[in-house]
Design a protein around this ligand. Structure first.
Ligand SMILES: Cc1cc2nc3c(=O)[nH]c(=O)nc-3n(C[C@H](O)[C@H](O)[C@H](O)COP(=O)(O)OP(=O)(O)OC[C@H]3O[C@@H](n4cnc5c(N)ncnc54)[C@H](O)[C@@H]3O)c2cc1C
Length: 383
């Protein structure tokens, strides 16, 4: 087994770390306050687009970097270590684009991927509705065939990036067959309208809005996969989407560790740093263990994603990693908060933000219980 990263992977990790320190760190308070990632962080050569983060997993033939999922995890960890807002935008974008790259026709890929891979467009993936975030049988958005088109009607909830221009993979029940089907639409087409962004507990700046589809006309050419492929596309999407979500949790875990170490060395009692107390040492050691276990699960998932043996095996690995990594982040943030005493409880404290951010992961890209059910089902079937 080889745990060594390639020169290219190390370079991408280093570039993302330097970018996050130089450009993102000074903007973190502004992002928290305005709940918006400044355009200059996202766009242009000096932004995340310049680092190829919007097209990292997209083949070069469609304008992407083709650098693969392990590089993506390494870069996302470094971004999320400083702030999760841009990480959520990138994660949801890669989820939406990944579905098109894997299930789209050549024509669909040529039409939708290049602008999104360059960061000019930002993609979305819309499954959740007011009534369900986990169960495709409960979808209420409908697609009714009319000649060479479908007419889509419905409401989606909590959709990341839905306020940015770009392609949207949306799930609806195809009326004739009664089965979930995926469609690609351009956001802001006639009949598309959005709410104000939700004010969330954490991951500020990663905008999440509701949208309505009112008699949206979608050409037949925009069906993703075949009619009735909605469920496999959704399963693929949320398995691959977990790579981004896990990377956000990993970045938060690393931040929790670094903040605990820094505070333990800076805060003094009787002229000694609190790092001298064994109780503090035990907390730091515990967070370090959580970080190490998350780290290798995340890196391995990135490695597997580049060349999965089978889709089902990958979905199982993704569910396992998510169930552990999301909870590790919460636990690491809780312990680090403890190290900070009352100072950590102040709204402006960095660890307070990390704590709020870490609370987000377990509910998204497959709620925690569902991950455990997928995992247990697979293990029990094999015994
Ligand atoms: C920041 C953010 C970004 C998001 N981005 C997107 C996006 O881009 N696209 C998108 O489609 N959605 C997105 N969502 C929505 C998110 O994926 C869903 O909210 C999530 O899947 C949970 O759905 P729900 O809230 O309906 O919870 P529910 O499914 O109602 O779950 C509620 C509780 O019941 C439990 N539960 C549910 N079903 C079962 C079961 N069968 N067995 C055992 N326990 C169960 C859950 O574990 C949970 O504890 C986003 C949400 C947030 C907060």
């Amino acid at each position: 087994m080889d745990f060594t990263f390639s020169t290219e992977e190390l370079l991408i990790q280093q570039m993302a770390r330097e970018f996050a320190e130089q450009y993102l760190r000074p903007a973190t308070r502004r992002i928290e306050k305005e709940n918006r990632v400044p355009d200059e962080i996202l766009a242009g050569l000096a932004g995340l687009a310049g680092l190829d983060l919007f097209g990292m997993n997209i083949p070069e033939q469609y304008g992407g970097a083709g650098a693969g999922y392990l590089s993506y995890v390494l870069a996302m960890e470094q971004i999320a270590r400083v702030h999760c807002g841009p990480g959520l935008i990138l994660s949801a974008h890669n989820l939406g684009l990944g579905a098109i790259a894997n299930f789209g026709t050549d024509e669909q890929k040529a039409r939708f991927l290049p602008k999104a891979a360059s960061g000019e467009h930002i993609a979305s993936f819309a499954f959740t509705e007011p009534g369900t975030g986990s169960d495709p049988k409960q979808l209420t958005t409908t697609a009714v065939r009319r000649g060479d088109e479908f007419i889509l009607n419905g409401a989606k909830r909590f959709i990341s990036n839905a306020g940015y221009q770009g392609p949207l993979t949306v799930f609806a029940i195809e009326a004739e067959s009664g089965v979930p089907t995926a469609f690609i639409i351009d956001k802001f087409c006639p009949g598309y309208s959005i709410s104000q962004p939700w004010e969330k507990l954490g991951w500020h700046g990663g905008d999440v809005v509701d949208f309505n589809l009112k008699d949206v006309v979608v050409p037949l050419d925009n069906v993703l996969g075949k009619i009735g492929d909605g469920y496999p596309i959704l399963q693929f999407g949320i398995a691959y989407g977990k790579i981004g979500m896990n990377s956000l949790a990993l970045g938060s875990t690393l931040a929790a560790l670094e903040l605990a170490v820094r505070y333990a060395n800076e805060r003094t009692h009787r002229e000694q740093p609190i790092a001298k107390f064994q109780a503090i040492q035990l907390k730091v050691a515990e967070i370090a263990g959580l970080y190490e276990s998350s780290r290798w699960l995340c890196y391995r998932l990135g490695f597997l994603a580049n060349d999965p043996k089978s889709y089902r095996d990958f979905a199982r690995e993704a569910a396992l990693a998510k169930a552990v990594v999301a909870r590790n982040a919460q636990e690491a943030a809780r312990i680090s908060l403890d190290v900070h005493g009352s100072y950590g409880l102040m709204q402006d404290a960095e660890i307070a933000r990390v704590y709020r951010d870490a609370a987000m992961g377990p509910q998204i890209e497959g709620v925690l219980h569902m991950q455990q059910i997928i995992l247990a089902g697979d293990i029990l079937r094999k015994r």
